[in-house]
Ligand binder design. Structure first.
Ligand code: SAH
Ligand code: SF4
Length: 345
């Protein structure tokens, strides 16, 4: 069986041709999927019945989310999705006037093992295809539309490390920005990465207008290794790639910094961070840790968080503190696990 969402435009054209149908039908199918969000071929109303039937015979059908939870204030909804091989992933829709943002997963699990992250606990289970990423975006947009709202922003901040699945993430950005697809401005898309230098450079070249967020969490190499244990790029290599990203795109980078009580949250850390990123066009987004079972770390005090922000600002670094939504349904960053149902079975 073919998953229609897993075909790129060329492959969809070939499928249509192999069914003996004219080439323009491929564009119609594409627009049905990505503009209207119709994944079930039988519901693609502008196609002839014969083609709808042919497509249904060769493609697998749409699947409903396994579970949907909405936060008590109604601002955030989280869907647990089952993939074809029973892997589970999560997608979050965050409603906050005037923007509605979907937080997409790019992998089932994650190999990086950041000590404070619930997704990291699972290790990497597998990469997601571009179709599996787009299915999440289509789902979130249909929720928003059903409520008379419009999906305005996409962030790759769900489960997984997007730049460790570069091909699928890049292809899904193509479809999100395609005028025949979601037709979104790349400026409304953000890729958040733990820092994979060569792919930060690639992203700058392939998608210069997509926003880049780099999860730094520590000013010094030793502390960073403790928090992000996977042997990978050094802080210096990551900052070199960010410098290059600044140069190639003319844009500004966001550094994400998860604050852990007593670990990386004092003013000295803030000053060293400011020193490290001096000369870069950047702003820092502070994220007070969301503790969850099985992961390391405690939430910083409000005082420490504000003190950290103030110390950065005194060094001239623009700094915000992340506004959190959906904590009561564990939909905040780093709380996406996706293994709940599997465990219950
Ligand atoms: N792998 C990518 C994107 C997914 S994580 C990355 O690491 O950037 C998205 C953001 O959530 C990252 O900044 C990550 O550090 C943060 N995060 C992970 N666990 C968290 C937790 N328990 N509390 C707060 N933020 C967390
Ligand atoms: Fe992976 Fe990002 Fe979680 Fe680290 S914070 S384990 S990179 S998903």
């Amino acid at each position: 069986m073919t998953e229609l969402l897993d075909l790129d435009r060329a492959a969809l054209g070939e499928l249509v041709e192999s069914l003996g149908q004219p080439g323009y039908r491929a564009r119609q199918i594409w627009r049905q999927m990505y503009q209207r969000g119709t994944i079930d071929p039988m519901s693609m109303s502008d196609l002839p019945t014969e083609l709808r039937q042919q497509l249904s015979e060769v493609s697998s059908s749409d699947r409903e989310p396994v579970e949907v939870q909405t936060s008590s204030d109604g601002s955030t909804s989280k869907a647990l999705l089952r993939l074809g091989d029973d892997e589970l992933i999560e997608t979050v829709l965050i409603r906050s006037q005037p923007r509605d943002t979907v937080c997409l997963s790019s992998q089932a699990g994650c190999a990086m093992g950041c000590v404070f992250c619930a997704t990291g606990l699972q290790g990497l289970r597998r990469q997601l295809t571009a179709g599996e990423i787009m299915r999440q975006a289509i789902l979130a947009r249909s929720w928003a539309r059903d409520e008379g709202r419009e999906l305005t922003h996409v962030v790759f901040m769900g489960m997984g490390e997007p730049l460790a699945n570069y091909g699928s993430v890049s292809e899904s950005i193509e479809r999100l920005t395609d005028p025949d697809g979601f037709a979104m401005s790349p400026r409304r898309i953000t890729v958040s990465t733990v820092g994979i230098p060569q792919n930060i450079r690639r992203l700058a070249t392939d998608h210069p207008h997509v926003n880049l967020a780099v999860s730094l969490h520590a000013p010094d190499p030793k502390l960073r290794r403790e928090l992000v244990p996977v042997p990978g790029a050094s802080v210096e290599d990551i900052l070199d790639a960010v410098r290059e990203h600044n140069r190639l795109t003319g844009g500004r980078v966001t550094f994400e910094y998860v604050l852990l009580r007593g670990v990386n949250d004092n003013r000295g850390h803030a000053r060293r961070l400011a020193e490290r990123i001096r000369g870069l066009r950047a702003h820092v987004n502070l994220i007070p840790l969301n503790p969850s079972p099985g992961v390391v770390g405690e939430r910083p005090s409000r005082r420490a968080t504000l003190g950290f922000q103030q110390a950065l600002q005194e060094c001239g670094v623009p700094t915000t503190i992340r506004v959190e939504q959906g904590r009561d349904i564990a939909a905040a960053c780093g709380q996406l696990r996706g293994d709940r149902v599997r465990k219950q079975q």
